[in-house]
Design a protein around this ligand. Structure first.
Ligand SMILES: Cc1cc2nc3c(=O)[nH]c(=O)nc-3n(C[C@H](O)[C@H](O)[C@H](O)COP(=O)(O)OP(=O)(O)OC[C@H]3O[C@@H](n4cnc5c(N)ncnc54)[C@H](O)[C@@H]3O)c2cc1C
Length: 389
């Protein structure tokens, strides 16, 4: 078994590390304080992403992406995920399902999105439907060669700015027909109802949307009527591995900072690293990172080697569960090691503490990952998780 990173993988890591440290870390505090960056700063970061060859790492070269392996995508997410305020989102990864569009949709949306010229939002969650995504009620009713859509959405990250919103609906009130619509910015009837504040200060919101008699041509459907969830299945694997990689990245940064601090801070006439209570916390943090990182890269390389799609989906749940919970536990310990200074917003560890909390919730909560795993164990047996082949 060879789990060593290739020369190309190491090059990807260097580029992602350089981008994170040169472009993202320096603007973190400003973003946290003012909840926005100046347009020139955003433009500089976008240029940096292109210069480092990190735009659309999840798409093919044919469409203007980087054509990276899953392992390489994890490497990038581990590095950029160390930045706070969701600055990792500036390293754009357009929704994978855009590749399933018609040639016209690919030309109009995917290619500019990969180039960083078109921003996107993905609007599935609703006031009455979160974990139970199949319970969405936003309804598209056929009317000649167009659809009239009504409904409410919430937590629609970036939808107040996005050039393109992917909107999940049902069709004709039939919940067996989940369907994705491509909604251009400014489409009449697509309204931001409220922009609540969140613990993470990322420079964009997660608005509540009110969709009223919005008329959309049938040509704006992605894939086919009823294909909405099928088209997003692969994306769930990608998104869950990305969350796991980011969580590990956050845990690594927090541990490095806490270890440095413990070797510098003196109390009772000695460095606090000399107290076994602190030394043990660092040892536990390192162990958890090692475990999470091992499962993440093992399965990522299995996927690159052609792992069956259903198994990838099942394993991604375990990885998202473990790595996001690990990230949380590790960052919490880092705050503890910093003492009161761990709660100062100028300390990256404090901001990581707010950010890492989200990773246990979005793209399926920890409880939902366990529900998925429970179903898989009942259906396919435990071996998928505890075996090795
Ligand atoms: C900052 C932020 C950004 C987001 N961005 C987006 C976005 O861009 N697009 C989008 O569509 N959504 C987005 N979301 C929504 C996110 O995916 C949901 O918050 C998440 O799926 C959970 O849904 P919920 O918040 O409604 O919680 P609920 O589904 O109401 O769950 C509440 C609690 O019940 C538990 N629970 C629910 N069902 C079960 C079960 N079967 N068994 C055991 N426990 C269960 C949950 O684990 C949780 O602890 C975002 C959320 C946040 C906070």
């Amino acid at each position: 078994m060879d789990m060593a990173l290739s020369k190309d993988d190491l090059d990807v890591r260097e580029r992602a590390r350089a981008l994170t440290r040169t472009y993202l870390f320096p603007v973190e505090e400003e973003l946290d304080e003012f909840e926005r960056l100046a347009p020139e700063q955003e433009a500089t970061i976008r240029e940096g992403v292109r210069d480092h060859g990190l735009n659309a790492i999840n798409h093919s070269r044919e469409h203007g992406g980087q054509g990276m392996t899953i392992v390489q995508q994890c490497i990038v997410n581990e590095e950029v995920g160390q930045s706070t305020g969701a600055l990792w989102g500036r390293v754009w990864q357009p929704p994978m399902c855009l590749k399933d569009g018609t040639p016209e949709q690919i030309e109009k949306y995917l290619i500019p999105a990969c180039a960083g010229e078109l921003s996107t939002a993905f609007c599935t969650s609703e006031p009455g439907s979160g974990s139970d995504a199949a319970g969405i009620a936003t309804n598209a009713v056929a009317d000649g060669n167009q659809y009239v859509i009504n409904g409410e959405k919430c937590f629609a990250s970036n939808a107040e700015f996005a050039d393109l919103s992917l909107l999940t609906t049902i069709v004709d009130g039939d919940s067996s027909k989940p369907t994705l619509f491509l909604i251009d910015k400014g489409t009449e009837g697509f309204n931001v109802a409220r922009l609540p504040r969140f613990s993470q200060r990322s420079g964009h919101g997660h608005p509540e949307l009110s969709i009223r008699d919005m008329k959309v041509p049938a040509t704006q459907i992605l894939g086919e009527v009823g294909q909405g969830f099928e088209l997003t299945k692969d994306w769930f694997v990608e998104a869950r591995l990305a969350i796991a990689a980011r969580s590990i990245g956050m845990a690594i940064r927090a541990t490095e900072l806490a270890n440095d601090w413990a070797n510098e801070r003196e109390q009772f006439g000695q460095k606090i690293i000399g107290f076994q209570a602190i030394e043990f916390m660092i040892a536990e943090m390192a162990t958890e990172i090692m475990a999470g990182k091992s499962m993440l890269y093992r399965v990522a390389s299995e996927i690159d080697a052609g792992l069956d799609r259903k198994q990838a989906h099942a394993k991604a749940s375990a990885i998202k569960l473990f790595c996001s919970e690990t990230g949380w536990r590790v960052v919490d310990k880092a705050v503890q090691i910093f003492g009161g200074r761990g709660t100062m917003c100028e300390n990256p560890v404090e901001r990581l503490y707010r950010d890492v909390r989200l990773e246990r919730i979005w793209e399926g909560t920890s409880e939902v990952q366990k529900v998925i795993m429970g179903g898989q164990i009942a259906k396919r047996g435990l071996d998928m998780y505890v075996g090795w082949s």
